[in-house]
Write a protein that binds this ligand. Structure first.
Ligand code: MG
Ligand code: ZN
Length: 225
């Protein structure tokens, strides 16, 4: 019998069918929802361009928020635009240095980040290597595509949190629920930009911790329904 035919017959065998569907279901169950979190103004204090690690100051409640996500089965993924690289304000290495610092300080507090994805590009930059119209600068969704290639993400039940309307537009384009926080640029965005924005958040939170607590309450309520 030809090899291809033998495989086809084998696939039709009811026991194999059952086995394959079980494996498929296990694969689906291994997928976890993610919370895609903006960096500047959401995780750390908004201080213009973070061009030195000393300007990176983690906001109150952030450690607790990320710990809650760790404990409640969410992937914790940071997604950030760092156009300062394309503009020549700081080198690519500085972004890695800041992220190593963030990762190390969270680890000390027993918090795990599942991924940090950033866009170093800008269409009007001054560093040729990073000057382009890319698909990873938020509100475009390339950073979520990158995350989905390295993590098993249940996108349908995922969220994005940020301090700018562009973070909510990013959520809308990716098909995840967007939450706006009042830290960073939040208050001004809510007052002046949100009324004219087509993408609306599912919730407006005081800060990252309140956003995460809201998500967990919503998910628990859904489970008990
Ligand atoms: Mg921000
Ligand atoms: Zn990019």
């Amino acid at each position: 019998m030809q090899w291809g035919l033998r495989v086809a017959l084998h696939l039709l065998d009811p026991v194999s069918c059952l086995l394959y569907s079980c494996l498929w279901m296990i694969g689906q169950n291994m997928k976890k929802p993610a919370v895609f979190i903006d960096r500047d103004g959401t995780i750390n204090e908004q201080m213009g361009y973070i061009n030195h690690v000393s300007r990176f100051v983690i906001l109150p409640g952030v450690v607790e928020a990320l710990m809650l996500l760790n404990e409640n089965g969410f992937h914790v993924v940071i997604v950030t635009n760092q156009s300062g690289v394309a503009r020549g304000y700081f080198p690519l290495g500085l972004v890695h240095e800041v992220h190593d610092f963030l990762d190390a300080s969270l680890r000390k507090d027993h918090v795990t980040l599942d991924g940090i994805f950033f866009c170093p590009h800008h269409p009007n930059g001054s560093v040729p290597e990073f000057t382009k119209r890319c698909n990873c600068r938020k509100p475009r969704t390339g950073l979520i595509d990158q995350a989905c290639r390295s993590l098993e993400i249940d996108l349908q039940n995922s969220y994005a949190i940020g301090d700018r309307c562009d973070d909510i537009e990013f959520a809308r384009r990716a098909g995840v629920k967007g939450i706006l926080v009042k830290t960073g640029y939040g208050l001004g965005e809510i007052k002046y930009l949100l009324p004219h924005s087509t993408a609306k958040p599912v919730y407006i939170a005081e800060d990252l911790l309140h956003a995460v607590q809201w998500i967990i309450n919503v998910e628990k309520a859904a489970e008990n329904r």
